[in-house]
Design a protein around this ligand. Structure first.
Ligand code: NAD
Length: 506
């Protein structure tokens, strides 16, 4: 990130960006223009730093969703028929525009979510990368297969499904919005985006940036509001053909039910309770770095966080001691301070949820060698925490806490490690640390997770499939998998000659 690299400098800079937002409010963006909610209602978005109000946000409802979905429907035929190369150029222009405003996006995102600036400074860059990656794929998105038969030429091609809804959560809102919106636009779909009500600020910015970069009116629309009103309306609207959702598993179930009457295609990226399995033959120094990073970065508010540490009994004591020593040194602080490693959690209600698990741990008689309390009197600061020596059937080992909290569970051997890893309702990601090649492959094949990283932290490669099994979701995105979701595959069969057609009714 360019610009200031001190807390005071970042605060001064952020204040300038906020001044405009405060004056204008965070509006919906429908049919190429910012608009207040049709009801005139607003809600407040507050910063987790001290709970002060950042801006008033349009409280969209079914009427706003209807306006957005209708705009998306009107814009669809022209956007669909635009040559892929033209869509590519436009998406690259959006990526350029995102990069040009990277500092603004990073500072506002940090203020709105509490995510430390050291991580948010790359949020815009990653968002721009998502646009560039799918931009380059746009010209070939409609390509299919040649599947010749003896008497027919068969070939497939892909066409965009139509207007889609993208419903996104609050943990890394800008990056996740682009992860859904960029492939949808590259495929030729138009979009209604419903961002999370706890972190709305950068969503309208994205729609505005895209419009300024030349995206035609109605192609990307943003409607703010509560999940139960604006979100629900998007899943029920007849013009919306598919819903790409990222959020909690319970919300995923609700969305399935809500969208059933209009038979929508669904892609659900849901919660996780991801195991990181450390065998005694692993490179323990690197394993420790990855374990700490994958649960305490992004405030632990990360779907792929390694929230269950399965550690082999032979190294449990030593590894836990080293872990606890590292966790003690994690710098909790103001999210705009470049030194901060863990910032305040998103919302007082979420803090209550996380603190509730400290009570659960105490009632389950789990040791808490570090953390286990608020980290400050004011704001949503929570101490990075370890629950040690837990058992897998305990609630702290089964339920998604979504905070800077790691549950340590010992295992004896590979067989037990696999059984524990799979004994959970979720199946998003798994991390393995071992130097036994055969074991790495065996375990990776059998562990119930959509994504497995061996001797690595979560390291994204945009071409690979991203998604979960079991209660962690349905469907994949990334690379061509995204186009499979946002596009219909058609088969076209053309007779080569005079093959025999059965005659009836002669
Ligand atoms: P959430 O499910 O509460 O909300 C997500 C979005 O859904 C918000 O925009 C919300 O307004 C909307 N929503 C809520 N109820 C709705 C309804 N009935 N109909 C339509 N929309 C509705 O999730 P959250 O608390 O914002 O985010 C945290 C969750 O997201 C965690 O469980 C986390 O694991 C998950 N997540 C998953 C991934 C992944 O890729 N698998 C990535 C990030 C976050």
């Amino acid at each position: 990130m360019s610009g200031a690299s001190t807390l005071d400098g970042n605060l001064a800079q952020a204040e300038q960006y906020l001044a405009r937002l405060r004056a204008e409010g965070v509006r919906n963006f429908i049919d190429g223009a910012p608009r207040p909610a049709s009801s005139g209602q607003t809600f407040e978005t507050r910063t987790p730093i001290d709970d002060s109000v950042l801006a008033a946000v349009a409280a969209g409802d079914a009427a706003d969703v209807d306006a957005a979905a209708s705009a998306a429907q009107r814009a669809f035929p022209k956007w669909r028929d635009l040559p892929g190369a033209d869509r590519r150029d436009l998406l690259h222009a959006i990526a350029d525009a995102i990069e040009a405003r990277a500092e603004e996006i990073a500072l506002l995102e940090s203020l709105d979510t509490g995510q430390p600036i050291r991580f948010m400074s790359v949020a815009a860059k990653r968002g721009a990368e998502n646009f560039r990656f799918f931009a380059d794929k746009a010209p070939e998105a409609d390509r299919g297969l040649s599947l010749p038969a003896r008497e027919h030429v068969n070939y497939t091609l892909r066409v965009p499904v139509g207007p889609v809804a993208a419903i996104t959560p609050w943990n890394t809102p800008f990056m996740l919005a682009t992860w859904k919106i960029a492939p949808a636009l590259a495929a030729g779909c138009t979009v209604v985006h419903k961002p999370a009500e706890w972190s709305p600020i950068t969503a309208t910015l994205l729609a505005q940036i895209a419009a300024e970069a030349g995206l035609p009116a109605g192609v990307l629309n943003t409607v703010h509001g509560l999940g139960e009103t604006a979100g629900k309306a998007a899943t029920e609207h007849p013009a919306i053909r598919a819903v790409a959702f990222v959020g909690e598993s319970a919300t995923g179930s609700a969305i399935m039910a809500q969208s059933a009457p209009t038979l929508k295609r669904l892609h659900l990226e849901l919660g996780g309770k991801n195991p990181v399995v450390v065998f005694d033959d692993a490179d323990l120094e690197r394993a420790l770095d990855a374990v700490v990073f994958m649960i305490y970065s992004l405030n632990g508010e990360r779907c792929t966080s390694s929230s269950r540490l399965l550690v082999q009994k032979s190294i449990e004591a030593e590894f836990t001691d080293q872990l606890v020593a590292r966790v003690r040194k994690i710098k909790v602080g103001h999210p705009l301070d470049p030194a901060t490693e863990v910032g305040p959690l998103i919302h007082p209600k979420h803090v209550e949820k996380v603190l509730g698990y400290f009570d659960v741990a105490r009632s389950e008689r789990v040791a808490i060698p570090v953390g286990g309390a608020r980290a400050a009197q004011r704001g949503n600061y929570v101490q990075p925490t370890v629950f040690a020596g837990a058992q897998n059937r305990m609630r702290v080992a089964q339920e998604e806490i979504f905070g800077p909290v790691l549950t340590v569970i010992p295992f004896a051997d590979e067989q037990e490690a696999l059984a524990l890893a799979n004994d959970v309702r979720y199946g998003l990601a798994a991390y393995l640390w071992t130097n036994d090649v055969g074991r790495a492959h065996r375990f990776a094949r059998s562990v119930e997770a959509g994504m497995v990283w061996v001797n690595s932290e979560n390291n994204r490669h945009l071409a690979t499939p991203f998604g979960g099994m079991k209660a962690s979701g349905i469907g994949r995105d990334g690379g061509d998998y995204s186009f499979d979701f946002y596009m219909e595959t058609k088969n076209i069969a053309v007779a080569l000659g005079d093959h025999k057609i059965q005659k009836i009714g002669e």
